[in-house]
Write a protein that binds this ligand. Structure first.
Ligand code: NAD
Ligand code: ZN
Length: 384
């Protein structure tokens, strides 16, 4: 692990060699699975799925943007492998992560006579993955689930780790489960059709992995920005591979967020959640809110003498070159944001726990931070 300062044997080879085709294992005993990463992997989906599931019947879930672009190829691949594939399409957007759509998908599974050996395949971003995964977690007390993420955010974050959920009208991701996928297939070519803004938002989570646990990866990202922005194929492969390895490491250590280790993935997120909630999730994409949240968290760490100001400067420079915001796009009242932070489901016993960096590549979970300091740290990102 990079945080110990020791060399990770897989690390150098991954950053130095072309990473066009990789398989990242997620080590979870009997729930272990593989993440297949490469270009044009969608055509091989059927065979990969067939080797890993017991039955024949598949419900492929996608959304109204992704299904017309990539659904046909996915269905073709599944059917050519001899599987019986049915397609269900949900409206694109967070508004579909509801109990109503969850219930409709369960109806579809009953209608196609899915049994305990059938599987759900999610083809889409985090919305499709979270919803379809929760359906798979509960149908017949849990059936096989395959993730085919189509956004950068879903490839590097949402599709790995088994958190699946729908939103309660008043609380995001409040109704869910842990249900690990049987397989994850990341076809990097699918990113070609992803809107630019969504692509850049996904990069925020990539940079987050560097700050929380891999200094070398962060430095490599700094040096590689032109190729990242140009979506150079081998660079995308490295980004997705390294991010998945780092997430897989954390998930393997703390699958259900019981030891506190998995909480490091929340770096920047308690702030981000307050920005997203205060603006009804309409102002910024999640990754954009995370980018700004990481700036505020680094500022707080600096104010508490936990890290050097250069850390935040490096983060901000990287955000600017990657086209991500370093400030909120409109003024907010810091007190309002603080109030939302305290009502977050991640607070324990009314106390705020924040993930704060000490240096690039290392963070601590800090309990009971002075609310006044948190409020002051917000000023760093509030414009106007
Ligand atoms: N389970 C987890 O661990 C986890 C982690 C992070 C985020 N999430 C969840 O993920 C969701 C956000 O995911 P997201 O950012 O992928 O959003 P999303 O699923 O809404 O996708 C973003 C937009 O891009 C479109 N799209 C997706 N792939 C495309 C492609 N290849 N070409 C063209 N258009 C495409 C979608 O239709 C949508 O309009 C949130 O609901 C969040 O809660 C879950
Ligand atoms: Zn996130």
């Amino acid at each position: 692990m990079k945080t110990t300062g020791k060399k990770d044997p897989t690390h150098d080879s991954l950053l130095m060699e072309a990473a066009l085709e990789t398989v990242v294992p997620v080590d979870l005993a009997e729930r272990s699975y593989e993440i297949h990463i490469g270009r044009d992997r969608l055509d091989g989906l059927g065979n990969l799925v067939k080797q890993r599931i017991r039955g024949q019947r598949i419900l492929l879930v996608s959304d109204t943007n992704v299904a017309p672009l990539h659904g046909g190829r996915a269905i073709k691949s599944l059917r050519e492998a001899g599987l019986e594939a049915h397609l269900a399409v949900i409206p694109a957007g967070e508004g579909s992560k509801t109990l109503q759509h969850y219930s409709q998908l369960l109806d579809t599974l009953v209608a196609i006579k899915a049994d305990r050996h059938s599987a759900v395949v999610a083809l889409g971003g985090g919305v499709v993955g979270d919803l379809a995964g929760f359906v798979a977690a509960s149908y017949a007390r849990g059936i096989d689930f395959v993730q085919v993420p189509t956004t950068l955010l879903a490839m590097v974050d949402a599709s790995v780790g088994g958190k699946v959920a729908v939103d309660h009208p008043r609380a995001k991701n409040m109704i869910g489960a842990f249900h690990q996928p049987t397989l994850v297939v990341c076809d990097l070519a699918l990113l070609d059709s992803l809107p630019e803004r969504d692509f850049r938002a996904g990069l925020a989570e990539v940079v987050k992995y560097g700050v929380i646990m891999d200094e070398e990866f962060f430095a490599w990202l700094e040096e590689t920005t032109p190729a990242i922005v140009a979506k150079q194929a081998d660079v995308l492969g490295r980004i997705v591979t390294r991010s998945c390895q780092l997430k897989a490491q954390v998930v393997a250590e703390d699958e259900r967020e019981t030891s506190g280790r998995r909480a490091i993935l929340n770096y920047g997120h308690t702030y981000a959640h307050s920005f997203e909630t205060a603006s009804d999730y309409s102002l910024m994409l999640h990754g954009e809110a995370v980018a700004v949240g990481m700036v505020a968290a680094a500022k707080l760490a600096e104010m508490l003498d936990r890290c050097d100001p250069s850390l935040n400067q490096r983060q901000k420079t990287l955000w600017s070159t990657l086209g991500l915001p370093i400030r909120l796009p409109r003024p907010f009242h810091p007190g309002e944001l603080l109030g939302i932070m305290y009502s977050d489901k991640k607070t324990v016993g009314g106390k705020l726990r924040l993930v704060l960096p000490t240096k690039i590549g290392h963070v601590d979970t800090v309990k009971d931070v002075d609310p006044e300091m948190v409020e002051r740290s917000m000023l760093e990102v509030i414009s106007g």
